[in-house]
Design a protein around this ligand. Sequence first.
Ligand SMILES: [Zn+2]
Length: 349
Amino acid sequence: MTTDCSENFDRYRKQTLFSGIGEAGQKQLQNARVAIVGCGALGSVLAETLARAGIGFLRIIDRDFVDLSNLQRQHLFDEDDVQAHLPKAIAAQKKLQRINSEITIESHVEDLHASNIEHLLDSCTLIMDGTDNFETRFLINDYALESNTPWISGGVIAARGQVFIVVPHQTACLRCILQEEPPQTETCDTAGVIGPAVNVIASLQATRALQWICSEGQEFERRMTVIDLWLGIFQQIDLSLMHDNESCPACGLNERLWLRGERTSQSTILCGRNAVQISPSPGKSIDLKQQQQLWNTIGSTKLNPFLLWFQPTDQPEIELHLFQDRRAIIKGTEDLNTAKTLYTRYIGS
Ligand SMILES: [Zn+2]
């Protein structure tokens, strides 16, 4: 579909009337290139909000497929996506392109890691954090400092969450605030998460993105916003004293532990999913059709263009989702060793 200028004017009229955006801001949005890392709960609200606002180029990166347990809060997905075992990035792209056919949307069904981050985030001028884990956030932080790209962090659990923007060498980075990945004392597996808290946090992130882009980086909220939606608490925390451009290991001393791959885990528990991801060394691939023939003799399979689903007959509580890069998401266990054993048994080492 093509639209002329007057249709475009109608589409964005309500936000161009807003003085913070205006006609000039709308042009900046159309010229912007934004990456969204993780298209689960936060990521799907971010992607939808930014696509509707007319961001000219969106790149969506997500490693997971749509699961029934996602539908409670992940706006872009529905039961058909669950049935089809669609990767979230693909399902999101399909929906978003119907929402706004005027913008370019790229999808990548990949796990962001040290060896593909430069390729996956290349040419994006802003990075949105839709992830659910600290390992990826620390990796993004390293990349952001190395490439001088701002990123907007968001996190949510239960009814609480926080948002802040990292502008390399201007504001506190993630390692100014937290030197190392914190221990996971509470996860969405134990504390749960409610949809409205996700929506508020993602909306705050999206607002900061619009502000950053429309002002060409001149105006932005430097404080961290912390909320407890259930208790009705909103706080703004000044991070300026935490910014340590001299002794922060990342922005002061240029340490890049995550970007150099020194903090990469081969297996990850997917929070709230009763599932484990096993990632083999990068650079390997597998013929999914051939694998399907093998698995058809010992269980049920379904193949789509992106992944192969398998349920062994003698272990129906287990479901494997195998991607072309040999990465697998094993559902039915949260034990890393059990998942690794299953991976070796059914896929190989
Ligand atoms: Zn720092």
